[in-house]
Design a protein around this ligand. Structure first.
Ligand code: PLP
Length: 413
């Protein structure tokens, strides 16, 4: 890829050519991949970096003194620096590699929250959270006699900020919020929420899974305490992710997983632990995956996350207008600030039936509850369809999608 000069209009086709899978045909039709919020496709730069690691450098990290061990360790650790830069973290030592957001949030739940929770305490989330930002808190709350509470949202899909702030009582020991909703696309006002939390001494965890591929992330400007994201939605390999946490939190947190790589000294009776971030990285990590993640960050940075966001915003507006022209279509999530995610239902068509028929047309989109049961309950529906866009998607694809909805709808009677 030669990134386009920023002065030229964004050309998705130029980047699309980097993604081998997007050239595929599915069910005899050119693939239209609109399931990017689920997982994004990978450019050849990421595939090549992962393969080159296995072909040329494969060894374990932080163990061997031989040349390959040193190469593997330096390739792996270089990505820690890239991640710190990507998120504007004050220090590379605040970057913990995880298998994804789910592991990152569980780490905070068990290492940070559980030792602090007491009977009657609360963890505050919102109605629009992914299960990964609900269930880990429930598990630790159950052990401690605490409970999870949620701040409500409007029917348009925006968090009611005053209600969130009202719920920040002394009982709340931690708050967790999605930066961007995976179902509604809503961009939450994280900076304001972090300010309110900080004023009350309550740490804020931000689930950045759906933000990292679309928005610049600056944890210092946001003012949060923990920020989690997942590599596979950012065009990187599956099984990669990052937990960023303030240095003082990481220093005070006991490790959650134990084993090799995370210790200073081990005696049969007890052990002492390495400094963060290694204290939280027990066992052999996904080394090749992390190397691929580094290539994904380079790729996104070469295009420019602001340019990606601006193009996707334009595509979102185009797709929103097009979808709204479909008779009987109900759109979920009309926040003033939103990322390129469109959840909807079409009158008379079950979400799964429509998704199955669209798949026959080569269109991949998700139907279901999107790991957001409380949000589905709020809207009183069991499932929605979700089209989630990336910078390699085009207006032509949106047009083909709208035409396909009209065609398959006829089949459903
Ligand atoms: N949080 C949000 C908002 C998500 O969209 C997802 C994935 O869909 C997750 C958390 C979980 O990410 P992972 O499965 O990569 O751990």
């Amino acid at each position: 890829m030669n990134a386009q000069p920023a002065t030229l209009p964004f050309d998705p086709l130029r980047y699309r050519a980097d993604f081998p899978l997007l050239a595929r045909r599915v069910n005899g039709k050119p693939l239209i991949y609109f399931d990017n919020a689920n997982t994004a496709q990978k450019p050849r730069q990421v595939i090549d970096a992962t393969e080159a690691f296995y072909r040329e450098h494969n060894a374990n990290v932080a163990r061997a003194v031989h040349a390959l061990g040193a190469e593997a360790t330096s390739a792996f650790e270089a990505v820690r620096d890239k991640c710190a830069r990507f998120m504007h973290a004050p220090s590379r030592d605040e970057i913990v590699f995880t298998s994804g957001t789910t592991q990152a949030i569980n780490t905070v739940a068990y290492s940070y929250a559980l030792p602090r929770l007491q009977v009657g305490d609360e963890i505050l989330v919102t109605t629009m959270e992914h299960h990964a930002n609900i269930v880990p808190w429930q598990l630790v709350c159950e052990r401690a006699g605490a409970r999870v509470v949620a701040a409500p949202i409007t029917p348009q899909g925006e968090l009611i900020v005053e209600e969130f702030i009202k719920r920040l009582t002394p009982r709340v020991k931690l708050a967790g919020v999605a930066h961007v909703s995976n179902v509604l696309g809503t961009i939450n006002p994280v900076r304001d929420l972090a300010r309110a939390c900080r004023a009350r001494g309550i740490p804020l965890l931000v689930d950045g899974s759906q933000a990292a591929p679309h928005l610049p992330i600056d944890v210092q400007a946001l003012g949060c305490d923990f920020y989690a994201w997942t590599g596979h939605k950012l065009f990187g390999p599956t099984g990669t992710g990052v937990l960023w946490a303030r240095r003082e939190h990481l220093a005070a947190m006991p490790p959650f997983f134990g084993g090799g790589e995370m210790i200073r000294e081990v005696r049969i009776e007890r052990s002492t632990f390495a400094d963060p971030p290694h204290k939280f990285e027990a066992g052999t990590p996904n080394i090749a995956g992390v190397v691929g993640l580094g290539a994904a960050l380079d790729y996104v940075e070469a295009i420019g996350i602001e340019r990606i966001g601006a193009y996707e915003h334009d595509l979102l507006e185009y797709a929103t207008a097009a979808l709204k022209s479909v008779p009987g279509l109900r759109l979920f999530g009309e926040a003033a600030r939103k990322a390129a995610v469109l959840s909807f239902l079409v009158e008379g068509a079950h979400a799964h039936d429509l998704a199955t028929l669209l798949d026959q047309e080569g269109i991949a989109l998700r139907s279901g509850h999107h790991c957001a049961h409380p949000l589905m309950q709020f809207y009183g529906v069991p499932a929605t369809l979700r089209a989630s866009l990336a910078f390699y998607n085009t207006r032509d694809e949106v047009d083909a999608f709208i035409a396909a909805i009209a065609r398959v709808r006829k089949l459903l009677g």
